[in-house]
Ligand binder design. Structure first.
Ligand SMILES: *Cc1c(COP(=O)(O)O)cnc(C)c1O
Length: 395
């Protein structure tokens, strides 16, 4: 057959030349503190499984039961007849958990961001105001609208105010920020953003993918962390990371979720979660609302302070991180890829991160501490990180 897509070979060759082409690492075990990856037992410091819920017996049991009761799939999109009682129950529980009037669940966080942003500011008279380090799914959402785009410097309130001035007079002005920034582990200054929103007649959305189950009272997110309840318009959260299962949601007023269930395209045109997924998410909320959840979040933060404290003592630059997301800046694509490979051989897995996910020159290994790690796990990892870093002259 004629190769009509010869350009693909050039694309793959260029990845190879950059030294970042490799098969995916594969789990041969559940996602755990010590996982079997590519047949090797390693300390797993790269999942988003902050609380260890992906493998929690109560969640697994809830999912088994839901399969028996409701079947394997939902069989339709939500607005047709894919909405089961268990989907409604999940939305009611989420709203209660977040302390909002209402919530709406999407199949994934990426769908929640794309759908919500596109629906709320569709017209050229609207304005999208976005932090330069926002997640790809926010960038996609903004690209899907016809709204004018304004990007402000990362967490820089002077820059935000500048662009708000430029956007003045727009029909709707939407400020969108990550709550916890996924590659740097710093937190957006929501109180100051809310003040500027008031001053310039904008409304606000936060993406709590990395804050759900992690930050705020009982893992309720950044709005709770800053005690901003009632002063923030749209909270997007995920059920995929700290909550251990899969999904994205919007929490806010009843008007907001009513509007979205008629207008958010990934909600309208994509099949509902399997009922087991909804049941697993409800079980995750049960855990977060219980003393066990409190103990898990406490362990997560104790581990975070321990791990980061030791790395700092060794002289590592962890950037602006104040959360379990721990970036170790290496610099250089090939160097970072080699660093991560060597570390894996030593028995520790961290994620190498390259352009375009982060700026060139700031290629890094990202570690994510979880509540499952024991002190022995962390000590082992720190020792190996130090060893490889000295070899690579990172410290
Ligand atoms: C992971 C992530 C998402 C996407 O969530 P999924 O449920 O995995 O689709 C959105 N925003 C941020 C900041 C994320 O880190």
């Amino acid at each position: 057959m004629v190769d009509r897509m010869g350009f693909l070979q050039a694309e793959i060759d260029s990845l190879k030349k950059r030294g970042i082409y490799a098969p995916f690492r594969v789990l041969h075990s559940p996602q755990m503190a010590e996982s079997i990856i590519d047949g090797k037992k390693v300390i797993n410091l790269c999942s988003n499984n902050y609380l260890g819920l992906t493998n929690h017996p109560k969640i697994k049991e809830a999912e088994h039961k839901a399969i028996d009761k409701w079947g394997a799939g939902a069989g339709a999109v939500r607005p047709i007849i894919g909405t089961m009682q268990i989907h409604i129950e999940l939305e009611e529980r989420l709203a209660k958990f977040k302390g909002t009037e209402s919530s709406l669940v999407f199949i994934a966080g990426i769908a929640a961001n794309r759908g919500t942003i596109q629906a709320l500011i569709p017209e050229p008279e609207d304005a999208a105001i976005s932090d330069e380090l926002n997640h790809a799914s926010i960038i996609d959402g903004v690209r899907l609208t016809k709204a004018k785009r304004f990007i402000y410097k990362h967490n820089d309130m002077n820059s935000l105010e500048d662009v708000l001035k430029q956007a003045k007079g727009s029909r709707r002005i939407m400020i969108i920020t990550d709550g916890v920034f996924s590659m740097d582990g710093d937190i957006a200054p929501l109180p100051q953003i809310a003040e500027l929103a008031d001053k310039y007649g904008a409304f606000t959305m936060v993406d709590d993918a990395h804050a759900s189950g992690v930050l705020g009272k009982g893992g309720r997110g950044t709005v709770s962390h800053f005690n901003l309840e009632g002063r923030w318009d749209i909270q997007m959260g995920t059920l995929s990371k700290g909550m251990g299962v899969l999904g994205g949601y919007i929490a806010g007023t009843k008007n907001l979720t009513d509007f979205l269930r008629y207008n958010a395209r990934p909600f309208l045109f994509s099949t509902a979660h399997p009922p087991a997924t909804a049941a697993g998410c409800i079980a995750a909320i049960d855990i977060l609302e219980s003393p066990e959840g409190e103990a898990l979040t406490k362990k997560l933060w104790d581990n975070t302070h321990y791990f980061k404290g030791k790395l700092k003592e060794l002289g590592f630059d962890l950037g602006k991180s104040v959360t379990p997301i721990t970036p170790l800046i290496i610099g250089g694509e090939e160097r970072t890829a080699k660093f991560s490979k060597k570390l894996f051989e030593e028995g520790v897995m961290g994620t190498p991160i390259f352009y375009p996910t982060v700026a060139r020159g700031t290629e890094r290994i990202r570690f994510i501490v979880t509540a499952m790690h024991t002190k022995e796990n962390l000590d082992f990892a720190i020792e190996k990180i130090e060893k490889v870093a000295r070899e690579f002259k990172v410290i």
